[in-house]
Design a protein around this ligand. Structure first.
Ligand code: PHE
Length: 450
């Protein structure tokens, strides 16, 4: 069995964990949610959710991972032998596997759009909706791209924690941040940029309902990669001098900044082209934006070309670093529970996950009529993973760290044995013992009643 390595540097720790958090959820979901739910008012609520709910849960996952230095399933088993709590670890790894299966499908679309935009052939007939629909519903082309994307993820994870994940995060995250800055700059130069900004930033408190508050919390969870075993697994590679509180804060700040900046890229661009409708979700990045790229830069084709290539590259990098963390969450378990080599364990995870990915991809085309509880396979996976299991897991993690673990041990972990002061420890404990479980239960009930 391979010798367990830790991340080699502080920067590597933050960039790897931020790489997990910054993903497709930041770039397309957050801006649409902001736009539809009251602009700056939503951003404000979202920030509160990140600070009061997201960051404390993240810190709790760090505590479990770093204290045990093992994969998520073994971590809970070791901390609570023979009790029901151990299923929390199983849920985390299972949900990471499920999310990975559909995440690679959407990421495969991103890869396709990157290649098409680099070839300058994003749309030949101007009908972006038809192009998108015919691509995603094709029986095998999107599968090929999902396999290619999984191949990229596989190569990184197979190289291990330091030479794979850490090195790749140190390379890709700064590049991603640089692209964001360039694109924000470009977007601000566009003719109608001002309208886009006011759409994004005008606080409209009349749109804030409980449902909006609850969706801000759901978004914060997904975006911060909470409760999927990923952060717990990464924390198991933290060394004893990694500052957990500071890392959780840094990751939350980077993730939120990327989300807000993505809005600054997308909306000024979209509003600069009259008559383009703001779509939500995949439609925004795969239908609205290609249209915008082509229209807005018709007189400056080279700028338009670079803008679109950079945008899809940004999306691909964001997706890749997240997929790597999902993959590692499962691979670490397979590796450590079977004693397989890392290469073999990674292959087992990649191949078995691809079987589900094929089903997800087909559910946009030939299997679109196949419904379970009225949902396609893709919708079912997303619902089960990011609505049901993720939220339940979040509650369990907090209750586990807040009530089951020894308070002294938790305090020692977050303060590195008393060497790093954490004055808000009592407040943190109050949050994870009472506030977070109650609030997440509210989200859960809301999602189920939808
Ligand atoms: N946080 C990622 C995003 O915003 C998604 C993700 C969820 C990644 C869970 C890893 C674990 O897209």
């Amino acid at each position: 069995m391979e010798v367990r390595k830790n991340f080699g540097s502080k920067l590597g720790v933050v960039l790897a964990a931020a790489g997990s958090a910054v993903g497709l959820g930041n770039v397309w979901r957050f801006p649409t949610e902001v736009g539809n739910n009251g602009g700056a008012a939503f951003i404000l609520i979202y920030l509160l959710c990140v600070i009061l709910i997201g960051a404390p849960v993240m810190l709790s996952e760090f505590v479990v991972g770093r204290h045990t230095h093992t994969n998520t399933i073994t971590a809970y088993r070791r901390l609570a032998p023979g009790s029901w709590w151990r299923f929390e670890g199983v849920a985390g790894v299972f949900v990471a596997f499920l999310i990975l299966s559909y995440y690679v499908v959407i990421s495969g679309w991103t890869l396709y759009y990157l290649i098409e935009s680099a070839r300058g052939s994003l749309s030949t007939d101007q009908d972006f909706t038809a192009d998108f629909t015919s691509f995603v519903s094709h029986p095998w082309i999107p599968i090929v791209y999902a396999v290619l994307f999984m191949g990229m993820t596989h190569l990184v994870v197979a190289r291990g924690v330091q030479s794979g994940i850490e090195r790749c995060s140190k390379l890709m995250m700064p590049l991603l941040l640089l692209i964001i800055v360039v694109l924000v700059g470009c977007s601000f130069q566009m003719p109608g940029a001002h309208d886009g900004l006011s759409f994004l930033l005008k606080p409209d408190f009349s749109k804030v309902t409980t449902r909006v508050i609850l969706s801000a919390m759901g978004q914060a969870f997904f975006s911060l990669s909470i409760a999927m075993g990923c952060l717990c697994t990464y924390a198991s590679y933290f060394s004893s001098d990694t500052r957990l509180v500071r890392t959780a804060l840094n990751v939350s700040i980077i993730d939120t900044a990327v989300a807000v900046l993505s809005g600054f890229i997308i909306f000024p661009a979209v509003f600069s082209v009259a008559g383009v409708e703001v779509n939500a979700g995949p439609g925004l990045v795969f239908i609205t934006l290609p249209h915008v790229f082509q229209m807005a830069f018709s007189s400056y084709p080279l700028v338009g070309y670079l803008f679109s290539v950079l945008f899809y590259l940004l999306l691909l990098l964001a997706a890749l670093t997240s997929a790597i963390s999902l993959h590692e969450s499962v691979t670490a378990y397979v590796l450590e529970s079977t004693g397989m080599s890392r290469q073999k364990a990674t292959l087992v995870v990649s191949l078995s996950c691809l079987v589900l990915s094929v089903a997800c991809s087909l559910s946009f085309g030939p299997w679109s009529e196949l419904k379970v509880f009225g949902m396609t396979i893709f919708e079912l996976f997303d619902f089960a993973a990011s609505k049901v299991i993720m939220l339940l897991s979040g509650i369990v993690i907090c209750l586990f760290v807040g009530w089951r673990l020894d308070k002294k041990m938790v305090e020692a972990e977050v303060t590195n044995g008393g060497t790093v002061p954490f004055r808000l420890f009592r407040f943190y404990l109050f949050l994870i013992r009472f506030v977070v479980p109650i609030v997440i239960s509210a989200i859960f009930v809301n999602e189920l009643l939808r």
